[in-house]
Structure formats: C-alpha cells, structure tokens
Design a protein around this ligand. Structure first.
Ligand code: PAF
Length: 270
C-alpha cells in the first residue's frame, strides 16, 4: 500500500494502476463500515484507492470540524488490512490551493430538505469535494455508504446531471449487533448515550411513523429531529416511499440513520 499526500504523487500512483480503479472517499476515523466499503471496492475493481480528508467545506460554523476525530495511524492500518492499494491523505491546502473555492457544486433541491435544511450548504460542500476528488483520482467506480442516504442520492444526482464518468455504488449500512449504525461520530457518545442512541434503529423498525416518533420522544437524553418516509431520490416525504430516515440529537451528538424498505414490504405504511 502506498500513501500519498500531494496531487502529483496521486497522479503518478493512479497512472501506475492498470484495470478498473475504485475509490472510497472518507473523512478518516475509519470503522467497520468503511472496511465494508473497501471490501466492496475490492470486489468491483482491480485497484482500490481510499481518500482521507476532513473537508472543511461541508461543516457549518457551529459544527464539529475542529473536534472531528483524526486517527490517521489507525486509519492506515485498517486500509492496509483490507487490501487498499493507494491512500490519498491531502491537506486542505492540497485540495483547495487557492483557498475556499469560489465556484462550487450546488446540490439543488436535495440541499434544501431534511439534512440539507438542517445543515445549510452541507451538501454543496460535500459535492464540491467529491467532484474534486473524482477529478483527481479518475476512478471507474466510487462507493458510498447507504448510511448517509441523502449524500448518496446527491452524489448520484450530480453524476447524472453533470455527466461525470463514474459508476456510483451504494453499500449497505453496517450495524453493531444491537442495531446501532456504525458512524465515526459514535465515538462521541458516553456509554449511557450509546444506549439511548439505540432508539434510532428501534424507531426505524416501528410499525408506523407515529409509533416511531413516540419512541424517539420518550427516550431520555434524545432530542428527535425527524422520522419520515421518503422517496430515496428526492427525499420528499412520500407515504409510499422506499426509505425511512431518522435524525436525532443524542446528548451533544447529532445522529442519522435510515431503513431501506424492501420491495416485498411495498404495502407497508410506516
Ligand atoms: O461521507 C463522508 O465521509 C464525506 O461526506 C465524504 C463523502 C468523504 C466527502 O467529504
């Protein structure tokens, strides 16, 4: 495995790879969810490139950019263990050599609903860095976790609308045995908060939205934000939608999760 920090070294490493190249973009603090992404990448390509970059552009002024976990040595060990070929760990100056970009990708309507409405500019920041990292790494396939379902939908929309030559693959969410979706932000949770956070997956599995919302509201230490059934492309509320999404604050930590409704459960009306 080689680790590169500069654009020229990434370009040389990319040039040296024959066959299909897959990219897994991350902000580090890697966990088994990322490991599953790398494994899926290995199955879909000849070489795997992982990017580790905490993108300032996608954090709001009062969000956790400064305290976002940075665990580079452990991240590199995970990448090595999972058979990554190239890791790109650029600094902000490498990604944004002229400072914050003046021209950015707009997420459009997806940037205004649910996570987009709560985090103004977040998806514009995500798509801007995703497009830049795609340009720099020129992969054949890019893999994203289903856990960040709205991000995945926004990336798919960008790739369609801007004719970006890459296949986008969504990889199912990895959960702890008790149902907690893996997230880099889980490490902020105290043991008690971690226990309370289980209510998110319980709410997703409730028989209807009303019951799920009542579960969230009754959980001590949890401030519910939304529990909605939506269309997984537009993220508009839809009683026949194929996705249930949830967000809540657990202590000081905002968590999101979702449940893809299987075709077999088409008649279900949470
Ligand atoms: O999902 C993430 O970790 C980030 O949003 C991504 C896609 C790496 C862009 O910074």
């Amino acid at each position: 495995m080689i680790v590169v920090e500069k654009r020229a070294d990434l370009a040389a490493a990319r040039e040296a790879r024959a066959g299909r190249v897959a990219v897994v973009m991350t902000m580090g603090a890697l966990h088994e969810g990322h490991a599953a992404l790398v494994r899926a990448a290995r199955r879909s390509a000849d070489s795997v490139l992982v990017t580790i970059f905490v993108n300032p552009l996608q954090f709001g002024a009062h969000e956790d950019l400064d305290r976002y976990p940075r665990t580079l040595q452990a991240d590199l060990a995970l990448c090595e263990r999972e058979g990554t070929d190239v890791v790109f760990t650029p600094s902000p100056e490498v990604v944004y050599p002229e400072g914050p970009p003046v021209v950015r990708v707009s997420a459009g309507p997806l940037g205004d609903v649910l996570e987009g409405a709560r985090r103004p500019g977040h998806f514009d920041g995500v798509l801007t860095v995703v497009l830049k990292l795609l340009q720099l790494s020129r992969p054949d396939v890019a893999l994203f976790g289903q856990k960040d379902a709205q991000q995945l939908a926004a990336v798919r929309q960008m790739v369609r609308d801007l004719d970006v030559p890459v296949d986008v693959v969504g990889v199912p969410t990895v959960r702890e045995p008790d149902g907690l979706a893996l997230s880099s932000r889980n490490r902020y949770l105290s043991p008690q908060e971690r226990q309370s956070a289980l209510v998110l997956s319980r709410a997703l599995g409730a028989r209807d939205l009303q019951t799920g919302r009542a579960l969230l509201a009754a959980e001590p230490g949890v401030v519910p934000d939304y529990l909605e059934r939506v269309d997984s492309t537009t993220f508009h509320p839809d009683p026949a939608g194929d996705l249930v999404v949830v967000a809540a604050r657990v202590g000081a930590t905002r968590l999101i999760d979702n449940l893809v409704l299987p075709a077999a459960a088409e008649g279900r009306r949470p």
